[in-house]
Design a protein around this ligand. Structure first.
Ligand SMILES: Cc1ncc(COP(=O)(O)O)c(C=O)c1O
Length: 429
């Protein structure tokens, strides 16, 4: 018998997978598949672990949850109750944030290629705008002079788990470079903006601490120049998110203790050395807070053996979980009803879409799989549902939250009617 090593909130009870105390088989029977299952407790634990680690080395810390990772209103509400603030990247996310109960003063907007009507909506809503370009700043100041403003800096150096996820450095479309940053603050100051922050986000899925050391060092040197040359004080300095999580069993965890003792301490020492006062340190994690709080349950429809491969056909494709197709990402998969069986076969796990790229896992070793088996795809809480679509006219999946020993639906499964609800048929005249 092979015992699979599982970590909280996953459990092996006599070969059957349990998630936060619930039999996933029973959840699948009750709510059908594909189904996202989320653990409230895991989100809360992740938030508290991160906050405590940061506070160990600096007193003035705020966590801005990057909503894009998972915009479910209940997830937003859980993090709000923990004390989180919110990082948003579109007017839609601001709307979601306000709908979930975040007040505008707790919302930061970091957009790119922002339209004028969107800038007006954001200024009217009173959220803090973090401008991404000189053009955005000029257009904003013509619409409204905000009380508080931040500028996104490209610290000339990025990092990330995939090229698409590196959001700073020479190839990046994001942020302003050093000389432009100085100019932007000078313009904002002349326009009588009263309060300021400064921001960067170097990328996503970063498991090492060194990239942050390098980028924070650069950001603070730029902040010092702005302080000295433009004469403004920063209320906050936002060093972005991107803290990675282990997806493969052999991946290491993001070393929070090391991050705090190196990066947060560096921050504390440098703001003092540079005479920057006591600005808030903002961080913007998405993935770290929600990734391992969720699994995706999917049922095996077909097992197909060709002369060259063995395919398992399941009911979740890249319409439900895009990351494997989009980034070639690895997600661990468990056969939820066969945890004690050894991995004897090598399969490609394929979705139901009419696309050859619709593969959730390639050449994956699993126990012998049969039709009707239930698979659990792990670590899908970040960029899982939020990247899902109706491609191939497939309604989106349902979401269920495990809260204090109860399973609670937090998103209805879309129905066929949802596929047509925003369309109008134009008949020939
Ligand atoms: C501006 C900004 N902040 C924060 C994040 C969060 O990244 P992660 O989920 O990797 O922490 C992102 C992600 O792309 C981002 O673009």
């Amino acid at each position: 018998m092979v015992k699979k090593k599982l970590s909280d909130p996953l459990e092996n009870r006599k070969g059957a997978l349990f998630f936060d105390g619930f039999s996933v088989k029973e959840l699948a029977e009750k709510y059908d598949t594909p189904l996202y299952v989320l653990s409230e407790k895991r989100i809360q634990d992740n938030y508290n672990r991160l906050y405590t680690a940061l506070l160990n080395n600096y007193k003035y810390v705020r966590i801005y949850y990057a909503a894009k990772a998972n915009t479910n209103l209940t997830v937003l509400r859980i993090l709000q109750s923990q004390g989180a603030y919110l990082d948003t990247v579109s007017p839609g996310e601001v709307f979601m944030a306000l709908s979930s109960g975040f007040t505008p003063d707790r919302i930061l907007f970091t957009g790119v290629s922002v339209r004028n009507d969107e800038l007006k909506m954001l200024a009217d809503a009173g959220v803090t705008i973090n401008v991404d370009s000189q053009s955005e700043l000029d257009r904003l100041l013509k619409i409204a002079v905000p009380h508080i403003l931040s500028v996104r800096v490209n610290p000339e150096f990025g990092a990330g788990h995939h090229d698409h996820c590196i959001t700073a450095g020479p190839e990046s479309k994001f942020g302003l470079w050093e000389e432009e940053v100085i100019q932007a603050y000078a313009i904002a100051e002349r326009a009588r903006v009263e309060r300021f922050g400064i921001h960067m986000h170097i990328g996503s899925g970063i498991l090492d601490v060194e990239p942050y050391v390098k980028a924070v060092d650069k950001l603070l040197r730029i902040a010092k120049r702005v302080h000295e040359e433009v004469g403004i004080n920063f209320e906050f300095i936002d060093i972005g998110g991107g803290f990675g999580v282990p997806y493969k069993p052999e991946d290491k965890e993001f070393d929070l203790k090391l991050f705090s003792s190196k990066v947060v301490k560096l921050f504390k020492n440098k703001v003092k050395d540079y005479g920057l006062g006591k600005p808030f340190l903002f961080v913007e994690p998405g993935r770290y807070l929600v990734c391992d709080s969720s699994i995706l349950l999917t049922t095996v429809n077909t097992v197909k053996v060709t002369p060259s491969r063995k395919f398992i056909g399941v009911d979740a494709g890249f319409n439900t979980l895009l990351r494997p197709t989009m980034y070639g990402s690895y997600h661990q998969i468990l056969v939820a009803n066969k945890l004690d069986e050894s991995d004897k076969e090598t399969y490609d796990v394929a979705g139901p879409l009419c696309e050859s790229g619709d593969i959730l896992a390639k050449e994956r070793k699993l126990p012998t799989v049969e039709e009707g088996d239930l698979l659990a795809v792990l670590n899908v809480g970040a960029y899982g549902f939020s990247m899902s679509s109706q491609y191939n006219s497939r309604p989106r999946a349902a979401e269920v939250l495990i809260r204090q020993g109860k399973s609670i639906p937090i998103r209805n499964r879309e129905q066929l009617g949802d596929l047509v609800s925003s369309q109008k048929v134009q008949c020939e005249s």
